[in-house]
Design a protein around this ligand. Structure first.
Ligand code: DQA
Length: 175
């Protein structure tokens, strides 16, 4: 068994919450030149297949409502070991989602289908990025799959990725 799969083995049986934010229910027909032609159901199928391969469970939720996403993040504290989130447009606006991420203290991987830094300037700022373990953007559906792999890696190596090492130093405003 490779060192990598031993490490992944330590996450076996754990649950990863996958959250899709607003308008991602329209994937497939929504701006396919930007977001690709896969539907959300197809992305979810790929996530479930990868989760099976990695030996973890996934709970997958899409919501257009900021409060619902906050509720799900809060509830994850008791049920999940990590969160993969595409906060969609709330990435750029939601202090509530940022605060929920900090409050639950679970490792969070932020993902985006598109490369938000190669798009309009208002998409260059993420309010989640500096409270997440990391961010993966620009790889289409692979952003989610890489995000799930990253979450499993982080669960297996929880000590190295503890909240202390990734909490923002000061209550500074993101640039
Ligand atoms: C997105 C990028 C956001 O800027 C946008 O509002 C989305 C999708 C992405 O996955 O590329 O809805 O998060």
């Amino acid at each position: 068994m490779s060192a990598r799969s031993i490490e992944e083995g330590r996450a076996r049986g754990k649950t990863v919450l996958v959250l899709h934010g607003p308008n991602l229910n329209l994937l497939g027909s929504r701006e396919p030149d930007v977001y690709g032609s896969l539907t959300l159901a197809e992305i979810d199928d790929r996530l479930r297949a990868l989760a099976d391969e990695l030996g973890v469970a996934v709970e997958i939720v899409q919501s257009n409502a900021e409060g619902e996403l906050v509720d799900r993040i809060q509830r994850a504290a008791g049920s999940a070991s990590a969160i993969v989130i595409n906060p969609a447009a709330y990435t750029h606006t939601s202090i509530a989602i940022r605060d929920a991420v900090i409050a639950v203290g679970l490792p969070v991987v932020e993902v985006h289908l598109s490369n938000i830094y190669a798009r309009e300037e208002f998409r260059h700022r993420s309010l989640i990025g500096d409270v997440a373990v990391g961010q993966i953007a620009g790889f289409g559906v692979d952003s989610y799959l890489l995000g799930l792999r990253a979450a499993v890696h982080v669960i297996a190596d929880a000590r190295r990725h503890s909240l202390k090492t990734r909490r923002p130093q000061k209550a500074r405003r993101p640039a």
